[in-house]
Ligand binder design. Structure first.
Ligand SMILES: Nc1ncnc2c1ncn2[C@@H]1O[C@H](COP(=O)(O)OP(=O)(O)O)[C@@H](O)[C@H]1O
Ligand SMILES: [Mg+2]
Length: 299
């Protein structure tokens, strides 16, 4: 594992040599050429889908290193968007490179499919809410009497629509995915999502971590091939729970953002922008938790 870079936390990247074409909650995306994008994972932290004003030290590097780890480990299941180009190939100015170290990927430019491909092995979050209301999640009927955080009889595919910025994703059933992207891609996404989830959950379980759920994104190349894109099995796209404190019937603390969420809840903030600042100790503990997740998962 590469040591962490010395550069200061990065809230927003500013490259002169490439054009920024998109700024997500966490990532800044630059156009490289007709076939490639440069993705910079900043240290921005979002909570309740709102970006907080303080960057979290090392977060961008942790998310990037975890994603690279999983892209490598899952290549036998699905091809992914990583390209052969290195950052040094597309950013020639050493000063520009300095802010990118450890947090940047040059990827294939693909057309993202408008689906959040979620796999759940445990009943939590919006899955638990839907279950309480309907006894099912995304149209998948579940046994009666399941408790919050309980392990499901088997992992399920619970897709969501990709909400526009500022809105929350919405759980939808499999047939809704079929009408969005066609039955062939929908069926393949479901199969691949569950296969990666099972593979990763086994890997994590051997390290005393539960992956309760996770979200993938897929994109298409010009020939219609489907590739895994975005980020993979990071603390931002997944719920990781320490096995030691897991107990069905109560909502386990999340690995990374629990201090942040608890703090924000204590403020009675309305969860609309602008978000409040975090005290330095909450920032520091959150940074520690991200680094701990990297170590535990990839050691
Ligand atoms: N290889 C790729 N080609 C095209 N778009 C991509 C690729 N990989 C990721 N993306 C897109 O880049 C964006 C990542 O930025 P992020 O900050 O995570 O956004 P969001 O706020 O939507 O989560 C997402 O919209 C994702 O769909
Ligand atoms: Mg994202």
């Amino acid at each position: 594992m590469e040591p962490f870079s010395q550069s200061s936390p990065l809230f927003e990247s500013r490259l002169r040599s490439l054009r920024k074409i998109h700024q997500g909650k966490v990532r800044d995306i630059y156009d490289v050429d007709s076939q490639h994008l440069l993705i910079v994972t900043t240290d921005r932290l979002s909570a309740f889908d709102v970006v907080l004003p303080d960057p979290i030290a090392f977060k961008g590097e942790v998310l990037t290193q975890i994603s690279l780890f999983w892209f490598g480990k899952t290549r036998h299941i699905v091809p992914n968007h990583l390209s052969d180009l290195k950052v040094e190939d597309v950013i020639l100015d050493p000063a520009e490179r300095a802010q990118l170290a450890g947090r940047t990927m040059v990827v294939k430019k693909l057309t993202p499919l408008p689906v959040e491909a979620v796999a759940r092995g445990y009943l939590i979050g919006s899955g638990y809410k839907d279950y309480q209301l309907h006894g099912s999640v995304c149209g998948i009927a579940l046994p009666a009497g399941l408790q919050v955080a309980e392990r499901l009889p088997e992992p399920i595919f619970t897709p969501a629509s990709k909400a526009p910025a500022g809105q929350h994703d919405e759980n939808i059933d499999f047939e809704a995915i079929v009408s969005l992207i066609g039955r062939d891609y929908a069926t393949r996404i479901r199969r691949i999502t569950l296969e990666i989830y099972r593979f990763a959950a086994d890997h994590a379980r051997a390290r005393n971590i539960i992956i309760a759920d996770t979200k993938f994104e897929f994109g298409l190349d010009k020939a219609g091939n489907m590739l895994l894109i975005d980020e993979v099995l990071t603390p931002d796209s997944s719920r990781f729970w320490p096995m030691a404190s897991y107990k069905p019937g109560s909502s386990p603390p999340s690995f990374d953002k629990q201090f942040v969420r608890d703090y924000l809840e204590s403020l009675h903030w309305n969860k609309k922008p602008p978000a409040p600042h975090l005290p330095p100790d909450i920032q520091a503990r959150t940074s520690d938790n991200y680094r701990a997740a990297l170590k535990l998962l990839t050691a």
